[in-house]
Ligand binder design. Structure first.
Ligand code: SAM
Ligand code: SF4
Length: 334
């Protein structure tokens, strides 16, 4: 792989190419695997990065080799005027794609504007097709609204994927329905192993459905899955079926972690850099902007921070240190 002295390279030789930007920690859902109950501990709104500050940071990240942006949260669509941010980011030299992860509640009326502003991919989270279960898992009576958003988005000229967090005893019995959904709509479904990033503290190994268990279930019902070659750094390993219809992915963060290929870094809505989802330490970039530091200074600082990127969840697993609520997904951004 060609190298440059300006790479965001860590001590394990991994080079960051993707930046996840959380634009808010707030959310209009309360998913049982993510958001703490009755959370009143939101980030101070006055500390959120402005769109100009985010764009400024992305220009610096792009000069250090970042190519792909994912906008996330909390729920990104609760932040107003997001299309302005996307337009600004899509004009930055070196940025090749901008995607978003959303729960879909507010998506239907915004999807066309989002696409026109330069968004080229949308991941929509959906954990169940059952309205009662949907309410139990997300705290909101919103299945119909999310399904309408999904249908509307599938009909736009934009990459759409479904993200499904699988939790034993909650929704693992619906895996075949998700496969059918992918076969009927052509929309890829990514099954995500439940990670200890739960604000609720409910995570336990017993609630994790492994990639192997999911594959066995799917092979029994739909025939053999065939692995599709995809980007090594993409956390989702992709598969299709003998009949070529439908695409399934797995994010096996717990049972087959992919830390060695990780090419992602993240910033929170208040401008803290996390080089790993499972890192406790973060680096305050907003302060550097507020102090008026030069781009050269911030670039050098970013390179130093990334050098210290930890090995990842793989190390936590090796040390037998998995436990609930290792970090909060809703703050760092999934
Ligand atoms: N609110 C948006 C959404 O739900 O799509 C974006 C933010 S959410 C934190 C990003 C992704 O992380 C979602 O697909 C969500 O299902 C996933 N997620 C949240 N908590 C998780 C956990 N504990 N384990 C695995 N995935 C999780
Ligand atoms: Fe909100 Fe997304 Fe977390 Fe659910 S997963 S509570 S929708 S941030």
């Amino acid at each position: 792989m060609p190298t440059s002295k300006n790479d965001l390279r860590d001590s394990f030789g991994r080079i960051a190419k993707k930046l996840r930007i959380s634009v808010t920690d707030r959310c209009n859902m309360r998913c049982i695997y993510c958001m703490p109950y009755n959370n009143t501990n939101w980030l101070n709104q006055q500390n959120l990065l402005s769109f100009d500050q985010i764009s400024h940071l992305v220009k610096i990240f792009a000069s250090l080799g970042i190519e792909n942006i994912k906008i996330t949260g909390g729920e990104p669509l609760v932040r107003n005027n997001l299309t302005l941010l996307i337009k600004s980011l899509s004009s930055i030299n070196g940025i090749k794609s901008i995607s978003m992860t959303t729960n879909g509640l507010l998506l239907k009326d915004k999807v066309i504007d989002l696409k026109e502003s330069g968004l080229d991919g949308i991941n929509i989270s959906l954990d169940t097709f059952d309205p009662i279960r949907f309410k139990a898992m997300s705290g909101i009576d919103g299945l119909d609204t999310v399904m309408e958003s999904i249908k509307m988005t599938i009909h736009q000229d934009i990459r759409v994927k479904i993200n499904t967090v699988v939790i034993k005893g909650w929704n693992d019995d619906e895996i075949p329905q998700f496969v059918k959904f992918s076969k009927e709509t052509g929309c890829p479904v990514k099954f995500i192993e439940f990670m200890p990033l739960d604000g609720t503290g409910i995570w336990s190994k017993d609630l994790v459905v492994s990639k192997d268990e999911m594959i066995e279930k799917i092979n029994n019902d739909f025939g053999r899955l065939n692995s599709i070659a995809n980007d090594k750094a993409d956390p989702a390993r992709l598969y299709n079926f003998e009949d070529g219809v439908g695409t399934i992915g797995f994010i096996p963060s717990i049972t087959k972690p992919f830390c060695q290929d990780c090419d992602r870094v993240r910033i929170t809505a208040d401008g803290n850099l996390y080089t790993c989802l499972f890192e406790k330490k973060s680096y305050n970039l907003r302060q550097l902007l507020d102090e008026g530091r030069s781009d050269e200074y911030i670039s050098k600082y970013l390179r130093e921070c990334v050098t210290k990127k930890p090995e990842g969840i793989i190390k936590i697993i090796k040390n037998h240190s998995l436990k609930p609520n290792l970090n909060n997904m809703y703050t760092i951004g999934g």
